[in-house]
Design a protein around this ligand. Structure first.
Ligand SMILES: Cc1ncc(COP(=O)(O)O)c(C=O)c1O
Length: 398
């Protein structure tokens, strides 16, 4: 009766079951998987959402790619980051998942393939499956810093490959794509008619000074050493100003003018079929981006402070190592492989701290724990000390 895009069974896994039991018992624990900024103790101005209440929003005048004033506001936000994008090359969406879904409809037929980085954002499996797109993987390697294994990417290409997905900075490795990597990808993708989709939702958050400014970006008119591929850069209010509940996201289309024009024409048709972005949020876009800077700066300070605290704490714990992370909201802790990651995460939950296991993100081997850098500093420090205490005990045999 139901579509095979969805899993046949929605069975609860061991981790979810354990978490439900802990929540039901009311036992407190430190949540180092927190990804919702609205629950992380930031100071959101009370009237931050006032721009949503403009009376102009009472009139409905749909525009498939988005109201031009909102697209101009997004272009101005790119300009803030030093990137020149014409508002006409920007399309508005309601969520980043919507952006992916629209792009899969634009670029792929059922059974066509997209290349997905590994390790990366776990939602890609669902997003592709729901649009009947197949995934093939390319690897990110870590030697001190993470980089794209371009050979594995080239090997993963088949005649059905329609797009390469990038996340920059990547969730959870925190790696930005370099300009050289972008050039190499464009050299591979452009002649084969493969598009590049760059998820830049965390682009504002650097953990190493200068990492964001030094990253390769596909939007804009920077000088390119190689022919350019058609590209889509994704961003949105959810991370850039910490407002996931305010449904406004966007994509900037880049590449050769003719291809960009053809893509926008078709995208307009797809967007016109759904018209998912509300009028009030489009009218409020400029003001939300402006006022939201106050939230962004708090988040940016918090993730840097927690990342440094994690590095300092791990430096005192010889069995654990923080992998280098250049940006984003997460950090990766490499820990001793004394038991399967799932057992470890369950044991840590029993010790009062919740982390994500590396396998959630398709790390090639064990053992890694992923921690969110969003929690309030004292909460984060408590959670980290619980994790490190666990290894101090287990590796000393006590
Ligand atoms: C890499 C990445 N892209 C997109 C999203 C979701 O963003 P949105 O709230 O805009 O749908 C997330 C959420 O954590 C993410 O990690």
């Amino acid at each position: 009766m139901f579509s095979s895009r969805l899993p046949a069974h929605t069975a609860t896994n061991r981790l979810t079951a354990a978490l439900q039991a802990v929540r039901a018992s009311g036992t407190p624990f430190v949540d180092l998987t927190l990804s919702n900024p609205t629950l992380a103790g930031f100071d959101y101005p009370d009237d931050l959402l006032a721009p949503l209440g403009q009376s102009r929003g009472l009139r409905y005048a749909p525009s498939p790619l988005g109201a031009i004033e909102a697209r101009r506001a997004v272009a101005a936000d790119y300009a803030r980051q030093g990137i020149a994008v014409a508002p006409e090359r920007i399309a508005l969406t309601a969520s980043t998942s919507d952006s992916y879904s629209l792009l899969f409809k634009l670029l792929a037929d059922a059974g066509d393939e997209v290349l997905v980085p590994r390790p990366s954002y776990p939602l890609f499996d669902h997003l592709t499956q729901l649009d009947l797109v197949a995934t093939r993987y390319y690897d990110l390697d870590v030697h001190g810093a993470w980089s794209i294994d371009v050979d594995s990417l080239a090997r993963a290409i088949t005649p059905r490959t329609r797009a390469v997905l990038l996340v920059c900075p990547n969730n959870p490795t925190g790696s930005f794509v370099t300009r050289d990597e972008i050039d190499r990808l464009e050299a591979i993708c452009a002649p084969r008619g493969i598009a590049i989709i760059a998820d830049e939702v965390f682009a504002d958050y650097e953990l190493e000074p200068g990492a964001a400014a030094g990253a390769g970006r596909l939007a804009g008119d920077g000088l390119q050493a190689v022919p350019r591929a058609l590209s889509f850069s994704l961003g949105g209010l959810s991370k850039s100003v910490g407002l996931p509940q305010v449904k406004l996201r966007w994509m900037a289309v880049g590449g050769p003018d003719r291809l960009v024009a053809e893509a926008l024409e078709r995208l307009e048709l797809v967007c016109d079929t759904y018209l998912a972005v509300s009028t009030p949020v489009q009218l409020a876009a400029a003001e939300l981006l402006h006022r939201g800077a106050a939230v962004r700066s708090q988040i940016a300070a918090r993730v840097v402070s927690n990342y440094r605290a994690l590095q300092a704490a791990a430096a005192r714990a010889p069995s654990c190592r923080v992998l280098r992370s250049e940006g984003g909201w997460y950090a990766v802790l490499q820990v001793p492989s004394l038991e399967p990651e799932e057992d470890l995460v369950l044991r840590l939950l029993a010790d009062g701290v919740l982390t994500h296991p590396g396998y959630f993100f398709d790390f090639p081997r064990e053992s890694f724990l992923i921690v969110s850098l969003l929690p309030a500093e004292a909460v984060f420090a408590d959670g980290v000390s619980r994790v490190l205490r666990h290894f101090a005990r287990t590796t000393s045999g006590t």
